[in-house]
Design a protein around this ligand. Structure first.
Ligand code: ADP
Length: 282
């Protein structure tokens, strides 16, 4: 078998314990020795593996298995969350995906606890859930912009850890991914959106204002990683200046989560030989 271009498996190379956000090299490819060409070729292969595993998860869910996988995507604007949804999640059967994006809370959502809207979108058994932004916005944007007093967001880290522990106990594997791009790369990506009519829809003038808050976001991301990277639901930091790498990395993290479920095809609820005999006579 040819040697893998991963010198350290992605789940280990990217695990966020002890990460210093200010020191993340956003153009690095931790654990991966190959270049873009190697990465893209591998991604094509690994998408197939992911797709097969997802089908098994779905099949088991149809037979009553309560287990699910939840991909939580956080990242600054332009970090590539949408690309992960399109290029990684896009390789699996959409029937098996529960996707949810969390933006500025609606009037109704604001009347409830911040986890209310999250609970309503949790994946059902057999599904891969995808959160494009998540409950972590309530300790990121909310903290950076003083949307609630510090005493309120301060309590949320422990609350989130308990919430996630319950999810894990109920059979959900969390794959938490924090994507990081450099300020310069973000500028390039925003400029590209302004250069192309087919990208205007992705541009939000507010994204430029958010750039001034970069240091405050770094602090908020640091606190999030320090306080919510738990053994039951660890964070992974994914350098995302190179899109091919972030997509490959998240694919590997999902494959690992699914493989850890040790899924088999569900046993038939009928006698196969008898059904073959019946079919031959039908
Ligand atoms: P995106 O920018 O991901 O394409 P949207 O245009 O819907 O998606 O924007 C999402 C915006 O909603 C982001 O600026 C994000 O910070 C904000 N947001 C998400 N959750 C919250 C929250 N709980 N409180 C305030 N703002 C939030």
């Amino acid at each position: 078998m040819p040697k893998s271009p991963w010198s350290t498996p992605a789940p280990k190379a990217l695990r966020a314990d002890g990460v210093d956000v200010a020191k993340i090299d956003t153009s690095a490819t931790p654990g991966f020795k190959g270049d873009k060409k190697v990465g893209e070729a591998l991604l094509a292969e690994r998408r197939e593996v992911l797709s097969d595993l997802q089908e098994k998860l779905y099949a088991n869910g149809r037979s009553g298995d309560p287990r699910s996988v939840l991909l939580v995507l956080q990242g600054m604007d332009t970090a590539g969350k949408g690309g992960i949804v399109r290029h990684v999640i896009g390789s699996v059967d959409p029937q098996g995906v529960d996707h949810a994006a969390f933006g500025v809370p609606t009037a109704e959502e604001r009347r409830h606890h911040y986890l209310w809207r999250i609970r309503r979108k949790l994946p059902r058994g057999g599904q891969i859930g995808v959160f494009d932004r998540s409950h972590y916005e309530d300790v990121l944007v909310v903290r950076v912009h003083d949307l609630v007093p510090p005493a309120v967001w301060e309590k949320r880290y422990d609350e989130i850890n308990k919430f996630e522990a319950k999810l894990v106990d109920a059979g959900t594997t969390l794959v938490k991914v924090a994507m990081f791009v450099s300020l310069e790369e973000q500028k390039r990506r925003l400029a590209a959106r302004l250069d192309r009519p087919d990208k205007y829809w992705k541009f939000n003038p507010g994204d430029i204002d958010e750039r001034a808050f970069w240091p405050a976001y770094h602090d908020a991301y640091q606190a999030m990683l320090d306080r919510t990277c738990t053994d039951h639901a660890p964070w992974h930091t994914v350098p995302s200046d190179r899109k091919w790498f972030s997509r490959l990395a998240v694919t590997e993290l999902l494959i690992d989560a699914l493989q850890n479920l040790k899924l088999d095809w569900p046993a038939p609820q009928f006698d196969v030989d008898e059904q073959k005999r019946r079919l031959s006579r039908a």
